[in-house]
Design a protein around this ligand. Structure first.
Ligand SMILES: [Ca+2]
Ligand SMILES: [Ca+2]
Ligand SMILES: [Ca+2]
Length: 226
C-alpha cells in the first residue's frame, strides 16, 4: 500500500467514526427527549386527576384550590385574579400529592377560571364552562409542564410564568395554547367542566371511566420535542 492510499484509508476510517459518533449522540438526545416527554405527561396526568379529585370533594362542588404563587407548594388562601384568570404553580402540598415535576425538572404551572376559585360563590353546574381558552376551546383550568428553559429564559428559578412558559401561555391572561410557531416547549393539559361533572377521571371514585388516566385529554400538546 502506498502512502497516499494509506492516508486515504485512515481519513475514511476517521470520517466513518465521526459519523457514527454523531449518529449515537443524536439518538441519545432523541431518547432523552422521549423520556422527558413521558415524565411530563405523567406529571400532567397526576395533576389533572388530583385537581379534579379535590374539586368534587369540596362543600362548594367544583371549587378548585388557588394556584401557588410563591412556590412553597401551598395554595394561596385567596385567589388574586387578572382577566378572570389566576396563574401560578400547582399547589401540590395542598392537594396532598407528591411533588411532581415535569421532564425538565420543573414544578407544573396551573391556571384557573375565577368562577371555579374561592373568589366566587356561584353555584357551579354544567352551564358554567369556565373562563379560560385553550386553542379556541373553553376550559375551566389548565396545567402546564414548562420543559427546559428556551432562549431568554435565564432567570430560573423565579415565580414569573414568562421564565417558564412561552407565547400565549406567558402573558397572564385567559388564553392558552398547546402549540405555537417559534421557540415553544410547553405541554398543556386541560380540565373541562364535562370532566368535572362526569367524574370520569382516575381516582374519582365515581363515574364509569375510573382508571382510564385520561391520557388523551384535549390540548395535551405532547409529541413535539422538549
Ligand atoms: Ca403558596
Ligand atoms: Ca416552556
Ligand atoms: Ca395568553
Amino acid at each position: 500500500m502506498n502512502k497516499a492510499r494509506g492516508a486515504a484509508l485512515i481519513m475514511m476510517v476517521i470520517l466513518m467514526t465521526m459519523a457514527m459518533i454523531g449518529y449515537l449522540v443524536q439518538r441519545g438526545h432523541g431518547y432523552r427527549g422521549l423520556i422527558e416527554e413521558r415524565q411530563s405527561q405523567r406529571a400532567l396526568n397526576e395533576a389533572h386527576d388530583a385537581l379534579l379529585g379535590w374539586a368534587i370533594r369540596q362543600s362548594r362542588f367544583g371549587e378548585f384550590p388557588c394556584p401557588d404563587l410563591d412556590d412553597n407548594g401551598v395554595a394561596q388562601s385567596t385567589c388574586p385574579a387578572t382577566h378572570n384568570t389566576v396563574v401560578g404553580r400547582l399547589p401540590w402540598k395542598s392537594l396532598n400529592m407528591p411533588a411532581n415535576r415535569d421532564g425538565g425538572d420543573n414544578r407544573l404551572w396551573y391556571a384557573l377560571s375565577e368562577d371555579f376559585s374561592n373568589n366566587s360563590s356561584i353555584t357551579l353546574d354544567q352551564s358554567h364552562n369556565g373562563q379560560l381558552d385553550l386553542d379556541g376551546a373553553t376550559v375551566l383550568a389548565v396545567v402546564i409542564a414548562p420543559g427546559r428553559p428556551l432562549n431568554g429564559q435565564t432567570s430560573r428559578p423565579s415565580n414569573q410564568a414568562g421564565d417558564y412558559t412561552e407565547d400565549d401561555n406567558a402573558d397572564n391572561d385567559n388564553r392558552f395554547v398547546s402549540s405555537a410557531n417559534g421557540a415553544f416547549n410547553d405541554k398543556v393539559r386541560a380540565i373541562t367542566v364535562a370532566e368535572l361533572f362526569s367524574g370520569s377521571f382516575a381516582g374519582s371514585g365515581m363515574g364509569s371511566g375510573m382508571g382510564s388516566g385520561m391520557g388523551s385529554g384535549m390540548g395535551s400538546g405532547m409529541g413535539s420535542g422538549m
